[in-house]
Every structure is written in structure tokens, then in C-alpha cells.
Design a protein around this ligand. Structure first.
Ligand SMILES: [Mg+2]
Length: 275
């Protein structure tokens, strides 16, 4: 019996919520949301020091969703974790809702407006530097897409993080191998990825981004190397958990037909029965 069965079950429930809000709103970025779900569940239910009752707590760990378009998973996790009422999920992407298509700071728990790709890591560097200056021990986590790495600003931030020896900064790459227009290695090749980050002065690990034991261990405080920022390359599957969406670029922001919605729900319900 996996020590992390409760997280596996939580992730399946979050995926069920994602499928619901995307279908209901006919909007969203479901492929990248499903690939990052396990990472978010590990962060918000196991790894990060947070208090949903007090989202502005000065000593909280910070999280930035730099791949801001993959909002569906983020909203579902924040709601389930108690940052806002789950009922608000029903308003997702509707006129007048706070829950718009990219993260914004009106939403409790969201640290930064993101979505213009390539900005999150620079913001994370600033937050991690602020922690050092204020002699605080909070950590800063930044989740980026692999397609996002084509943005030059990511590499400026990578250089600055090691210059300032930000060992309280953890960048995570949702390495699903796809971006909006196809395979990352065909659009703008990023391999050898780990070597690139090592040469920028980062402590690099490569993990299975759907295995909770690996995710929790890679993100834990005791895996920190002093005086170096950490990078976790989480190998994931875009569309993870729904058979017909997995590794299909069209599900970057695809919308389900009623038949597809039914099939997606059935697959997740079957998984939940086993868990
Ligand atoms: Mg990707």
C-alpha cells in the first residue's frame, strides 16, 4: 500500500474537478492542467508551509504558476485546499467571475498574476532574494512549462538565481514534451535540459512527475543543497489520466464534446473506485 495513496486519491478528485470546470465553461487548458496536477497536489497537500485561513501569512512558502494558462488545476487545488469556496469553481471563465483564464492576485492564495510566459522565475528570484534580505526561512516554488523555456527571460532569471545563491528557490519544469504547436524538440529544442541548468549553477534532479514518492522527496526541504537554487525536471504526460487526451497536442486547450466528457468522467470514476 503506497504511503501516498491519499495524494493519489486527491489527485484523481482534482482531475475530476478539472474535467468538470473545463467542460462546463468550454474553456481552459486541460492538457497542461492534467500534466501538472500531481505536482500541485504534492506541493499543496504535503510540501508547502501554508495556511489557507491566512493567505498573507508572512512566513508562508510562495508558489508561482509561471505557466499561467494551466489554471484549471490551480483553481481546483486552491478551492479544495480552502483558499476560496468550491462553489466559485462553478463560475470559472464566466463574465464577472474572479476566476478568469489566468492567475490574478484577487484570488486568495495567488501570489502573482502570470500567463505572459517567462516571467515567473524572475519574480521567484525576487521573492527568494527578499526572504534572504529579511532573514526569513520561507521557500519559493516556481512551476514552468517546458515550452516556456524558449523565453529568453527564463535564462536571465536562472543566471541571477545562482549569482545570488538562492538555495530557498525551487524551480520545477512540467516536462511533458509538448507545447501549443507540437513537440518541444521540434519547435525549439531544449535538450540537453539538465546539463543546461547545471551549467547555470543549479542543483538538478530529474523525476517521474506522476509519482508522489519521487515528487515529495525531490521537493522536500532536506533535499536542498546549500548556496544553490534547485531545479526539478518533472517528466510528465500532457493530458495525464484521460486516455484519449494523453500526449495529444490538440488537448492543449481542447474542449470536450458531451461524449468525450462522459468518457473522461467514467475513466476517473473507475480510478477512484480502485483508490
Ligand atoms: Mg509542455
Amino acid at each position: 500500500m503506497s504511503k501516498y495513496k491519499h495524494l493519489m486519491k486527491k489527485a484523481a478528485l482534482i482531475r475530476r474537478d478539472i474535467v468538470d470546470i473545463v467542460y462546463r465553461s468550454s474553456a481552459g487548458h486541460i492538457g497542461g492542467s492534467l500534466s501538472e496536477t500531481d505536482i500541485l497536489v504534492a506541493l499543496y497537500y504535503e510540501v508547502m508551509r501554508i495556511d489557507p485561513e491566512n493567505p498573507g501569512w508572512a512566513d508562508r512558502d510562495r508558489f508561482i504558476l509561471s505557466k499561467g494558462h494551466s489554471i484549471d488545476a490551480y483553481y481546483c487545488v486552491l478551492a479544495d485546499r480552502g483558499f476560496f469556496d468550491r462553489k466559485e469553481l462553478l463560475t470559472y471563465s464566466q463574465f464577472g467571475s474572479k476566476l478568469i483564464g489566468h492567475p490574478n492576485r484577487q484570488i486568495p492564495g495567488v501570489e502573482m498574476n502570470t500567463g505572459a510566459l517567462g516571467h515567473g522565475l524572475s519574480i521567484g528570484v525576487g521573492m527568494a532574494l527578499a526572504a534572504k534580505m529579511d532573514k526569513k526561512d520561507y521557500r519559493v516554488f516556481v512551476l514552468m512549462g517546458d515550452g516556456e523555456l524558449a523565453e529568453g527571460s527564463v535564462w536571465e532569471a536562472a543566471m541571477a538565481a545562482s549569482n545570488y545563491r538562492l538555495d530557498n528557490l525551487v524551480a520545477i519544469i512540467d516536462r511533458n514534451g509538448l507545447q501549443i504547436s507540437g513537440k518541444t524538440e521540434e519547435v525549439m529544442a531544449i535538450e540537453p535540459l539538465g546539463e543546461k541548468w547545471k551549467s547555470f549553477g543549479w542543483n538538478v534532479s530529474v523525476i517521474d512527475g506522476h509519482d508522489f514518492s519521487s515528487i515529495c522527496s525531490a521537493l522536500s526541504e532536506d533535499r536542498k543543497v546549500r548556496n544553490m537554487p534547485s531545479l526539478v525536471i518533472a517528466e510528465t504526460v500532457k493530458g495525464k489520466g484521460i486516455s484519449f487526451m494523453e500526449n495529444e497536442p490538440k488537448w492543449h486547450h481542447g474542449v470536450m464534446t458531451p461524449e468525450e466528457y462522459k468518457k473522461a468522467c467514467e475513466e476517473l470514476d473507475r480510478l477512484l473506485e480502485v483508490l
